[in-house]
Design a protein around this ligand. Structure first.
Ligand code: SIN
Ligand code: CO
Length: 388
């Protein structure tokens, strides 16, 4: 993708301009980011998903049993018929994993790393419906799918921003409005992390949130050090062969800190392990139980492809690749594989192609490592046959 091509999705900005001026910095309203946008899912289908066990869903009622009542799905069939006329919202997480047409929307966001994308959440709101003024710690593109929604944006928040007293929802006690827009189908609002926002449905409305993910510093440190520690032998310890006589045996001298810092730097600075951990961490599936497959021999794979089978990525799988020296690392659903540099085109194909088939795989089918890799990805569940 050429970063200097103006994109309709970004209101005519190029990816480079958007990243320079807006990404993680300030809101951007794009009228008609999608022309003639027709929501690939309607309110009934969204409600249907909220009945399913494996789907994460919530209902927020502004005037429920208490102000801003939160109900968690899965819901019973009759849950929606008992709702009031107005002022409630149904939110369904990760709809892209269940509805391929919703996953296709993500193709428009390929100017950003795919491993930064979290999911497409879709909300349906009755008139007046809102989840209250709040902030999120991640970037989001709010695409209006149906009906109209009024969005107010406000101050930059942080974990000290006062919240109302509520057990389940993080609703801001103060909202300092800076701007306001009403979005119609196809309009889109980009919000950087921590900007207060308050969306209120003007009529029956569907809003798509393309949400991004970024690990917190605390997550990076705890998860990376856990990962690292698997490779550290017990005998590797704080060591002070350079110790000098002490003037007070009860004092911790700063030279001890110097040794600790050395120990940390030696391991924390291991770029290869950091990359391996990060790739695995960022490709961990949201719903691991939805990523499973069955063993298949290389002969069976070739037979299937020769008979016209299509291999597609599991919508619940996450894939990414990277380089280490002359080799490549493929990350698939939380696992990593070190592969030779000559498989670069294959890895790119696996990560990006709509489908893998006898034609685009032709040049790899007499290569043992390629066949093994594809079979492993099928067994793991990251790839699967389209018609299964
Ligand atoms: C909504 O769709 O109602 C809420 C989305 C958000 O503010 O994050
Ligand atoms: Co939000």
């Amino acid at each position: 993708m050429n970063p200097d091509t103006p994109l309709q999705l970004l209101g005519g900005l190029t990816a480079r301009e958007f990243l320079r001026d807006y990404w993680q910095k300030k809101p951007l309203l794009v009228r008609q980011a999608f022309t003639d946008f027709e929501s690939p899912i309607d309110a009934d289908e969204l409600a249907g998903l909220a009945l399913e066990e494996e789907v994460e869903s919530r209902l927020v009622l502004e005037h429920g049993e208490r102000p801003w009542e939160l109900r968690r799905g899965p819901f019973e069939e009759d849950a929606f018929s008992k709702l009031p006329e107005r002022d409630w919202t149904l939110l369904v997480q990760a709809v892209d994993q269940f509805v391929p047409e919703v996953a296709e929307l993500l193709e428009h966001f390929r100017f950003l790393p795919s491993w930064r994308i979290d999911d497409v959440m879709i909300s349906y709101a009755a008139p007046g419906g809102s989840v209250g003024p709040h902030f999120d710690n991640y970037d989001v593109f709010l695409l209006q799918g149906q009906g109209k929604r009024n969005w107010k944006v406000g101050q930059l928040c942080d974990s000290d921003s006062p919240l109302i007293d509520h057990a389940d929802l993080r609703i801001l006690a103060d909202f300092e409005q800076t701007e306001e827009w009403t979005l119609e189908p196809g309009d889109m609002l980009y919000l950087p992390p921590r900007i207060a926002h308050y969306g209120i449905a003007e009529d029956d409305c569907l809003t798509y949130s393309v949400g991004f993910r970024a690990p917190s510093a605390a997550e990076v440190l705890t998860h990376f050090t856990d990962f690292l520690s698997q490779f550290l032998p017990d005998e590797e310890r704080y060591s002070d062969a350079d110790a000098q006589p002490v003037s007070d045996p009860h004092q911790i001298q700063h030279d001890a800190l110097g040794r600790l810092k050395g120990l940390l730097a030696e391991h924390m600075g291991d770029e290869r392990l950091l990359l391996t951990w990060f790739g695995q961490f960022m490709t961990e599936p949201r719903y691991p139980e939805m990523v499973s497959g069955e063993a298949l021999s290389e002969e069976e794979l070739i037979d299937a492809l020769e008979q016209g089978a299509l291999l597609i990525r599991n919508p619940s799988a996450r894939l990414a690749w990277s380089e280490v020296d002359d080799n490549l690392l493929l990350f698939a659903s939380g696992q990593s594989r070190l592969l030779p540099g000559n498989l670069r085109e294959l890895l790119k194909l696996i990560c990006a192609a709509d489908a893998l088939h006898i034609e685009n795989l032709a040049k790899w089918l007499d290569d043992e490592q390629s066949l093994t890799l594809i079979c492993e990805l099928i067994k793991q569940g990251s790839l699967g046959f389209a018609n299964e």
